[in-house]
Write a protein that binds this ligand. Structure first.
Ligand code: NCD
Length: 322
């Protein structure tokens, strides 16, 4: 099995076999993370820099912990406070960092496409930690690992993604990944929060939770991405919760063993009932966070193997064995 990518910029370029390779390795790291001693030396000697141009709690912490457990020298830069814009300034920042010889660069940016642009300017491995409403590949991978562990498989499942699809990079990466793995995807949300031409992605679209959730195996809720809305997309939070917020009554339409997911941060009482979010018999929200560290360890390990073999065979085509 092989993983032949220099960067992790999105789910789009990945083959189903790449996804399986990454999830299999992440399962091993999930086991390591449950042990008392959680260290390996997969990234020993390498430098990882985290650049988050947008607020983040779990993703930034997760990448930082992942790098440290793999033995990398990890530095997180505080980008939010500065007024950096896309374009020249972003590239200048990238070039400055590049001169310090980092090996892995983890980047979150409010502009779609900014991380791809940056990857073209540096000679280290770049991981996209979320760019605008474009992609958030490690989130989709950790969701996939959580689903695979809960359901015992990652194909032929009925999966509902609910809420603010239009502004969500989580939805976009998940639609790509779950589609590649041959699942049936339903999108549920108000028409104002549904991207135009979404049917081209081979999904079913519903604006009614009861109908959309009927018989599904997985219910994935999304946050209302207010920071990306420039007008009135919903009448009121109360009305939104009434129609689209997940509670026990709406969940009753799904399969009895359906799992409930949310990428966080969640707004209790807006997208999801607080009690349901905490119900360990239905909700896998904490497992998602746990799997996040394992998936990021796997992604950085695979990219570092590729980086090392590229450097030692400079110029020759490489194949990384896993
Ligand atoms: C998501 C993101 O930033 O795109 N959060 C996350 O990474 N866990 C989803 C969100 O912000 O709603």
């Amino acid at each position: 099995m092989s993983f032949n990518h220099d960067h992790l910029l999105g789910i789009e370029p990945l083959a189903p076999s790449d996804i399986t390779t990454l999830l299999d390795l992440a399962d091993q790291y999930a086991a390591l993370n449950r042990r008392d001693v959680k260290h390996t030396d997969a990234l020993a000697g390498l430098t990882q820099i985290n650049m988050f141009f947008e607020n983040s709690t779990r993703t930034q912490a997760s990448f930082e912990i992942a790098g440290k457990r793999l033995g990398a020298d990890v530095m997180s830069m505080a980008m939010q406070a500065s007024s950096i814009k896309k374009g020249e300034t972003l590239i200048d920042t990238a070039m400055t960092l590049n001169a310090m010889h980092p090996d892995l660069l983890v980047v979150r940016h409010p502009q779609s496409g900014a991380v791809d642009l940056l990857a073209q300017k540096v000679n280290c491995a770049v991981l996209n930690a979320g760019d605008g409403r474009h992609e958030h590949p490690t989130q989709a991978l950790l969701d996939a690992l959580t689903i695979r562990r809960a359901k015992g498989r990652l194909h032929r499942l009925n999966i509902a993604i609910c809420g603010d699809i239009a502004h969500s990079r989580v939805a976009r990466s998940n639609i790509l990944l779950l589609g590649k793995m041959e699942n049936r995807i339903r999108l549920i949300g108000p028409p104002t929060l549904m991207p135009s031409r979404i049917a081209e992605f081979g999904v079913e679209v519903y604006d009614d939770m009861a109908r959309g959730l009927d018989g599904v195996d997985v219910v994935m809720m999304l946050r209302l991405q207010r920071e990306r809305m420039d007008g009135g997309f919903i009448p009121s939070e109360r009305e939104y919760y009434h129609r689209y917020g997940l509670d026990a009554e709406k969940l009753a339409h799904a399969r009895d063993d359906a799992i409930v997911m949310h990428p966080g941060p969640m707004n209790r009482g807006v997208e999801i009932d607080g009690e349901l979010a905490d119900d360990i018999n239905r909700s896998v929200i904490q497992e998602q966070v746990e799997m996040g560290v394992a998936v990021r360890m796997a992604a950085m390990d695979l990219l570092a193997r590729r980086l090392r073999s590229r450097r030692s065979n400079a110029g020759k085509p490489t194949e990384v064995m896993v």
